[in-house]
Design a protein around this ligand. Sequence first.
Ligand code: ADP
Ligand code: MG
Length: 360
Amino acid sequence: MIEIRHLKKNFGTLTVLKDVNAVIRKGEIVSIIGPSGTGKSTLLRCLNLLEYPDAGEILVNGVPLLAPHTDIPAIRRKMGMVFQHFNLFPHLTVLENITIAPRKLLRRSAAEAKKKALELLKTVGLENKAFALPSELSGGQQQRIAIARALAMEPEIILFDEPTSALDPTMVDEVLSVISELAKTGITMIIVTHEMRFARNVSSRVFFMEEGCVYEEGTPQQIFESPKRPKTIAFIKRIDMEYFALAREDFDEVHIRSRARALADRHHLSEEQREKFRGVFISTLRDVVFPVTEKIDLYMGVSKTNGMLGFAAIWDGKTADPFTRVPEVTRYILENSRSATFSYTEDGRPEVKVLFDRQS
Ligand code: ADP
Ligand code: MG
């Protein structure tokens, strides 16, 4: 239904979307997650041309959106959009807010538009608010009206940009449950959200945005339970992470030390913790990992939820448990950490993982 190819968008010298590629099929519910400032809103706004992309292609049902003779208003009508701040017309009643676009753009009669609006108000649980003004409604109710208004245009796809992030926490669930019900009707939806549990429950696919692209995508289970790439892992597991792709021949210890120090400073690690970490880290690399490989991906991080400190090294190829090769080193590592384990990642790469208690 929507195909995005090499989409690029700059604001002045700032490249927000570097190279976005994605295919969204009819009936899919795609959640877009990621740190703020990574271009999630910009991507949605490019899809209905509230922002004009600098390069790339967007195909909607095979029609190239950016081609010169495309009927943009017609395509835009197929896409509903729900914003963070509802954007209802303050001087119009709920009913007028919902019927104005169908009457003007779809040329519906007043009676027809009203009938449809009342049905939609029922679906969002607000049939008794038809004659209220937006200011008389709570934020959660206003957002449900905004959803009804988007649906009144009978869109084929509906785009949500953080529909609950401006709401009081007590009103988040009523909006999410309306969206979840909507998801069951088979309409295609793209939802930018920070509500991870919701994204996990409602989506057929999840896009994680970083570095100006869809950095990792997968089923909710893949993204939330076994994210593969470092920035996805850090985001999902709420880890403040430093990541290094290392090759033995250009191992830059000064650089690694300085980033480790910055991480330790951010989390106020004690001198004793730093000392332990440093000792275990160096012997793991020097005695356990580097002897079996040339190249490693290295992560070190501190959990933002429980303060747990740790590092992991992952490499290519097949290796028997490297700890069994070096018993004295292994003993030293185990004595100075909470745990040190050898396993395989889901894609079959050997991994050692060492964890420390925050207060050790
Ligand atoms: P997200 O929705 O992921 O938080 P946005 O798409 O809103 O990110 O913004 C991405 C980046 O683009 C941010 O650095 C933001 O400041 C910048 N940006 C967004 N819109 C504009 C604009 N109209 N003019 C200049 N910079 C913008
Ligand atoms: Mg945004």
